[in-house]
Write a protein that binds this ligand. Sequence first.
Ligand code: GAL
Length: 651
Amino acid sequence: MAQQQIWYGGDYNPEQWPQAVWAEDVQLMQRAGVNMVTLAVFSWGLLEVADDQWDFGWLDRIMDQLHQGGIKVDLATATAAPPAWLVRAHPEILPVAADGTRLEFGSRQSYNPSSATYRAYATRLTRKLAERYGSHPALAAWHVGNEFGCHVARDYSAESAAAFRGWLERRYGTVEALNQAWGTAFWSQHYTAFDHVEPPRATPTFPNPTQLLDFDRFSSDALLECYLAEVAVLREVTPGVPITTNFMGFFKPVDYWRWAQEVDFVCDDAYPDPADPASPGLAAMMRDLMRSLGGGKPWILMEQAPSAVNWRERNAPKPAGQYRLWSLQAVARGADGVMQFQWRQSAAGAEKFHSGMVPHAGTETRVFREVEALGAELKSLAGLVGSLCEPSRVALVLDWDSWRALEQAAVPASLDYVAQLQRWHSAFWRRGLGVDFVPPEADLSAYDVVVAPAAHVLSQAARQNLAAVPGRGGQLVVAYQTGVLDPDLHVLLGGYLGAELREALGVWVEEFAPPALVAGQWVPELALDGLAAGPATDWAEVLHAVEAEVLATFRAPGALVDGQPAVTRRPAGPGAGAGGAWYVATAPAALDALAAAILEAAGIAAPLLPAGVEVARRGGRTFVLNHALEEQRVAVDGAAVVVPGRDAAII
Ligand code: GAL
């Protein structure tokens, strides 16, 4: 992108307002420093008013007005909400839930991603827009659809079932190969024809786990096909105009490693809860994911709320200063754009209580003042556009198959995959370290520390990849529930982990022994002696340290794991420098002590920051973000920096 300024603006829905308001909008945008808006996301019904009957007049006018005002447009293909006439003419495009319920028209995303009819109409609309606006001077980028999978991530209609069978035939070739992969000898699930296979709809009890996983994979691919069908039109009609779609942070239904290959720049929609003290850490992790998905390149924060959202049980506004602080956090962690949902707060519809940059009460408001102030501040940071974040030395393995499999039913204990990642991310974030996310088969040579928490599903190539880290001098950290299954979800027998990781770590796992939560208490209550001494939660297992040093043991009187190894380390062989392979069989409350030991072994000096303080480096600038309410004093590169509560210093 030939970009001069940090993008600032948001979703703009002029069709919700009389045209008299549009001129005021453009003036206010200029006042607020807005240089980019996302237009026409939900405008299909007002653009194609009946089958193949078009009304582009209003969009022409606002495109021109924005251009005259010096504001660029991230123009949507408008395909995220099919109009009523289309649904009535072709009810088969409506999505079907797992229990067979057809989801009616009247909100948005009322389409089945596999519907050939939907795709035909959507690509025709895309072509019309591309032909009409492809050379409009305001056009900066194409915004395909919106948040693919947000509401309808899986569809169980007959058309999707047929597409699923086609996907399975391409994947497995023969029904015997499918039987083998799905382990259908179990519960008489053997198939003799692809035609007999259905999506995992409501079943009497647990469905086949690999069928479930394949349906997840298929559903992500079906959405991707929808996206790519529009992309093909745009590439043909407007080559050279960048194309994107907005991701949603840690979103389980859609495999963003795969999707990120198909966008010209990565975008994220991020709505951490303003009322949750854990939000800054979670937001930092989402920013790191977006940077990683783009291979380190700048990304765009495509949506955030200027203040409250409307879709939680209770919707806290952002307290004064938080909008700025979280926006700067995104820039510090690699964003070249800070965009909001939405420009003008709606007066009608299901989102009328969602904040906007121009609130219901108008411009003499706290929110608008903060919006204006941030616009000015972002302008002053234009020098950062295109710059990279300080390279991360720590990588966290993230894998969609592992996520989906770990959170299936009928497992030793239900675990929250993102919580496993966040525990580790937070341990590094609290020390001012950027963390890159990597898929398990990625090139890991740039990292001194590679952490794989609950990387439940690992191919042999991935196991070899991870196992090679200590041998080249890195620290490999494997936490529980990693390497339990192969990509068909068959157990890696003989002590879990797979031979490659058992060898690298010098351990094997005999038996899982997760504590249960009874009346809010862990039973058994786990504690650690040794490194990371103190309570532990979430998981335990009977671990055998064959060739590894035991750094911590479980204390859990009466339980299987009492006195058994909980944290181990196998130093890499001669010639591998300080390389080491750590195994962590539980979630120590004192993860900081363990992280400190790992970082020390890796030669990374990164002391703990005061609580609530975040430090991130990008383009030669150091961002010191104080998420706490109290003033904090931080040593940055040898100098003391004092940052007031909920404020930031950019050095
Ligand atoms: C996003 C969506 C926007 C708006 C916003 C509200 O998921 O893309 O259109 O609905 O949420 O928070």
